[in-house]
Design a protein around this ligand. Structure first.
Ligand SMILES: [Zn+2]
Length: 355
């Protein structure tokens, strides 16, 4: 039991067996024995392990253990196996905290994600994808306006969103998986908000469209179309930009990016998909885009990244109702008892609030 936890925390911190061994001053074969439960680390070693791995000692004794199933990375992921393990370990640790919290506060994550009945059974063409995105918006009562906080919106619908501190190459594009038949989506904490949001909306697309698409539709492309349609519904786009345009100003798109949390590139796709600009204009916009290197880094102010607040809020709710004590709350939030007490007095160090 402790062994799996040591291994998971080690993978999540990106350390090798030897790296961890050196940091705590034992041999790497001893660390391997700890991880295989062939040896039990004495308490002073546990304290060192916790310190080096950035977890609290209680973490090693947590009762719940979860495993994500059916992990699917986005198509072009070229992640190294080690990075994948690290991301997975971090995601499973976060999920475990949710499951632990649920033991004390069963309402913590009561909602189950379901595809609204209003989504058509068969989706044969792009128009059907637009309609599916609108159906979801309607059932979730989102109106047609920009969605300010996509992570919260999805979490309220029972989709479990985990943000991990990847600290790995750019190639990671998020992934989806299942836990206990509930869908889980993982994105990187540090990405720009527009990238996080597009990935989340794309993964939502998979959940909504999977098994409904006609043979002529490619699922990846369909999910991209869904993401655009979900984040910026057709009617508002046509109203905002006009139905037929000869050219688009990049500054115009930059303003829309701030409003909708959709990248400049996604706006060009959206306008082309909706027939607002023709192929020639689209090509010319892309040409300029590439010449200026904007396909690598978009110009102007990045859209602020999103943060999950639901988990923290639920922990404080459990604390307020005395369902858990301060030590448990601190453990769940991944902060020290002292940091928790500061937060309770509304004197949070900003990184403690961000955990
Ligand atoms: Zn996909």
């Amino acid at each position: 039991m402790i062994g799996e936890r040591i291994e998971r925390a080690r993978l999540a911190s990106g350390l090798s067996l030897r790296g961890l061994a050196d940091a705590i001053g034992v041999s790497h074969t001893m660390v391997a024995k700890y991880e295989k439960n062939q040896a039990t680390p004495p308490s002073q070693v546990l304290i060192l392990l916790a310190k080096v791995l950035g977890v609290r000692v209680e973490y090693f004794f947590r009762q719940v253990e979860v495993h994500l199933e059916g992990v699917e990375y986005r198509k072009r992921t070229t992640l190294r196996a080690g990075d994948k393990k690290k991301i997975l370990a971090d995601a499973e640790d976060q999920l475990e905290r949710w499951v632990t919290l649920e033991q004390f506060l069963p309402q913590a994550w009561a909602l189950e994600f379901r595809v609204p009945n209003e989504v058509p059974e068969r989706i044969e063409a792009a128009d059907d994808i637009e309609a599916a995105a609108l159906a979801v918006r309607n059932v979730w009562q989102l109106g047609h306006n920009p969605i300010p906080d996509l992570i919260d919106t999805l979490e309220e619908q029972g989709l479990r969103v985990l943000t991990i501190d990847g600290d790995i190459p750019q190639k990671f594009d998020g992934f989806s998986a299942h836990y206990d038949s509930n869908p889980v989506v993982v994105v990187d904490k540090k990405w720009t908000g527009d990238r996080q949001r597009f990935t989340l909306a794309h993964e939502l697309g998979h959940l909504i469209l999977h098994g409904r698409l006609g043979p002529e539709l490619d699922e990846e492309k369909a999910c991209n179309r869904f993401a655009g349609a979900f984040l910026a519904p057709r009617d508002v786009v046509l109203k905002t930009l006009g139905e037929n345009r000869h050219w688009l100003e990049f500054q115009e798109l930059a303003l829309l990016k701030q409003e909708y949390g959709l990248s400049l590139a996604a706006w060009i796709y959206r306008c082309s998909d909706l027939g607002i600009i023709n192929q020639t204009t689209t090509k010319e916009l892309w040409r300029i885009f590439r010449v200026r290197g904007w396909h690598k880094k978009e110009p102007g102010k990045p859209y602020p990244n999103e943060k999950t607040r639901l988990f923290q809020q639920r922990v404080y709710r459990a604390l307020a109702e005395e369902l858990i004590g301060e030590a448990k709350a601190a453990e769940l939030l991944g902060i020290t008892l002292r940091e928790l007490q500061q937060c309770r007095h509304m004197e949070c160090a900003s990184d403690a609030a961000d955990q």
